[in-house]
Design a protein around this ligand. Structure first.
Ligand code: SF4
Ligand code: SF4
Length: 98
């Protein structure tokens, strides 16, 4: 599941730079999390970094964005793109003309 910032947020600015996916930004009044980018830190860290640093504990999971661990990994791969060590498919060789 993506996480969610509640209206208890005090705009302390601490969480935004900690997010490895740049999913946190300033909203109209408080910070917000883009559910399309939040992976619960899957792929980067063992624990959600924003939750670790938030001084008022106002970042629960967002029940509107239920996702399995597998889906979070898929989101991580979408966000980070192809791996550097991914093999490039070899193009089919056409026979040389005689
Ligand atoms: Fe960013 Fe991780 Fe917090 Fe999601 S859980 S908003 S990816 S720091
Ligand atoms: Fe708001 Fe918590 Fe982020 Fe501070 S760390 S800006 S209180 S959500």
């Amino acid at each position: 599941m993506a996480l969610l910032i509640t209206d208890e947020c005090i705009n302390c600015d601490v969480c935004e730079p900690e997010c490895p996916n740049e999913a946190i930004s300033m909203g109209a009044e408080i910070y917000v999390i883009d559910p399309g980018k939040c992976t619960e830190c899957v792929g980067h860290f063992d624990e959600p970094q924003c939750v670790q640093v938030c001084p008022v504990d106002c970042i629960p999971v967002d029940p509107r964005h239920a996702e399995s661990n597998q889906q979070l990994w898929a989101k991580y791969h979408r966000l980070t793109g192809p791996r550097d060590d991914a093999e490039v498919p070899v193009a089919a060789q056409s026979p040389k003309p005689l």
